[in-house]
Write a protein that binds this ligand. Structure first.
Ligand code: HEC
Ligand code: HEC
Length: 248
């Protein structure tokens, strides 16, 4: 016996809707739904989410590692440096290498997609453009520890405490455990860009600084890095359970 007409037409209507909105018929696999093998992923957002977001934050900021989605950082970091860090990592820091040569999971092409995507995905000014003051260059140079102490007192102490022990506005940075996780290059970069995501001002920012504060010069930033590197060394000098002062 035939089904009543209204049942048949409702079924036909269902098919029609499925065809119009582009649903696949049951049982017909859509090639686009096949899982893409990890080495074939070419989408920046997906590559970043899988490989980087855990440390650098979901949107490139507010993670435990320095933010990459930061206009000033993107304006000063050279393209070649981005690619090099992604491929080789930073020795002695938690930043791993991602290229096959360092045992990493990404192909060379994927490393290039990520390195290039970091600059195209997040907006940043072109420092060469008119009216943008050229910020200090990215690369670390030679600094002087004693001069670093003077600059620290003027530019950092109000928030981090006179000797970097921490204050009401920011935590301790005279802290070998913290400093041992950051390279000199990362320290220089943090002093230039600040941590806008955590309310630390950039090299020119006046918040939390004396009224006559002038933007930090490239040489002053090197001096600060030298001071922080000196504080970092104290970790090695501290007695450990394995080597008490008696045994040295
Ligand atoms: C207006 C306050 C303020 C000033 C001034 C300031 N900082 Fe910070 N800084 C912060 C805050 C807030 C953080 C986030 C972590 C915290 O709360 O301690 C921070 C974090 C840091 C970190 C750790 C960054 C990280 O990614 O873990 C370093 C290193 C640092 N500051 C160095 C400096 C140096 C060097 C100066 C002087 C040039 C300076 N800061 C000036 C507020 C400040
Ligand atoms: C296990 C945590 C971790 C993962 C995963 C990670 N990073 Fe990093 N990354 C770090 C740390 C920590 C630093 C700071 C290193 C230093 O002290 O120089 C860093 C530094 C960097 C820098 C240099 C930043 C600067 O200020 O000069 C870049 C660029 C970078 N990472 C990109 C990436 C990309 C892209 C990925 C994913 C493919 C990634 N990282 C995955 C922890 C990580």
């Amino acid at each position: 016996m035939n089904k009543p007409l209204h049942v048949r037409s409702r079924a036909a209507f269902g098919w029609l809707v499925a065809v119009i909105i582009g649903c696949d018929l049951p049982g017909a696999p859509n090639p686009a739904d096949r899982p893409v093998p990890p080495q074939e992923v070419q989408d920046f957002a997906l590559l970043f989410q899988r490989n980087c977001a855990g440390c650098h934050g979901v949107d490139g900021k507010l993670g435990p590692a320095p933010p990459l989605n930061d206009p000033l950082f993107l304006a000063i970091v050279p393209d070649a440096e981005l690619l090099k860090v992604v491929r080789d990592g930073r020795r002695g820091t938690p930043m791993p290498g991602f290229a096959p040569s360092t045992g990493g999971p990404l192909t060379d092409e994927q490393a290039q997609i990520i390195a290039a995507g970091i600059k195209t995905h997040w907006p940043h000014p072109n420092p060469a453009a008119a009216n943008v003051t050229t910020p200090p260059q990215y690369a670390v140079g030679a600094g002087n520890v004693e001069r670093g102490r003077t600059v620290f007192a003027e530019a950092c102490a109000e928030c981090h405490g006179a000797k970097g022990e921490g204050g009401s506005q920011a935590g301790a940075i005279h802290d070998p455990a913290l400093l041992s996780l950051l390279s000199d290059q990362a320290l220089r970069r943090i002093i230039i860009t600040g941590r806008p995501d955590l309310y630390m001002p950039d090299y020119a920012g006046v918040d939390g600084r004396a009224d006559d504060f002038q933007p930090l010069t490239s040489a002053e930033i090197d001096d600060l890095v030298a001071l922080l590197a000196e504080w970092r060394k104290e970790a090695a000098a501290q007695p450990t359970l394995a080597g008490t002062p008696d045994s040295v």
